[in-house]
Ligand binder design. Structure first.
Ligand code: COA
Length: 154
């Protein structure tokens, strides 16, 4: 894994579109600098694919705006043909270890309640994330917000 660089925006867009997270015309904002370090703890890491075909994965987490020592897992994606091989779990462990070292308390995940994200929700549960809330029709009508957290320290 390496830090996201200014030239990685288009490759991240390709990855999140391939992973089904955004339509291409919705994903352009990711190429606009939002993933670059902000000096306040925001962290984006990418992994180059071994076959030279763009990125294998991307991980982005940033401090919650108001909560004390809490981070938001803003984005995680693994290239579809590489999913199910333990990459996602390794990325989550990396974020958790990094944030523990930084003295953080809580990692918050906001995902979707649609059938498309059933596997993603199972993934977070499997890694010890606890579902605490559902907000109906949050992302759009028929697409609920599902909020998970994991404590990083006692
Ligand atoms: C969610 C995502 C990042 C997971 O990455 P991944 O590399 O496929 O996941 P892993 O292979 O590391 O799986 C981790 C664990 O979850 C488990 N898991 C995966 N699917 C599961 C399922 N349907 N039910 C229960 N556990 C499941 C795996 O068995 C694995 O456990 P193991 O290591 O003990 O075998 C990836 O599938 C992805 O990019 N999805 C599309 C984008 C997305 O949904 N992003 C998150 C938006 S909030």
């Amino acid at each position: 894994m390496r830090a996201f660089g200014p030239d990685d925006g288009p490759s991240v867009v390709d990855l999140v579109v391939a992973a089904g997270m955004f339509a291409r015309d919705e994903a352009g904002f990711l190429a606009g600098g939002v993933l670059e370090p902000d000096g306040e703890g925001s962290t984006c890491l990418v992994e180059d694919a071994a076959d030279g075909q763009g990125l294998a994965s991307v991980l982005f987490y940033r401090p919650e705006d108001s909560a004390e020592r809490a981070y938001d897992l803003t984005m995680i994606a693994v290239r579809p043909d590489l999913q199910g091989g333990g990459r996602g779990a390794a990325l989550m462990r990396h974020a958790e270890d990094d944030l523990r070292e930084r003295g953080q308390r809580l990692l918050v995940v906001r995902t979707s309640g649609t059938d498309q994200y059933a596997r993603t929700r199972a993934f977070y549960r499997h890694l010890g994330y606890v579902e605490h809330a559902r907000v109906p029709d949050y992302w759009t009508d028929g697409d609920d917000l599902v909020l998970f957290t994991k404590r990083l320290s006692a």
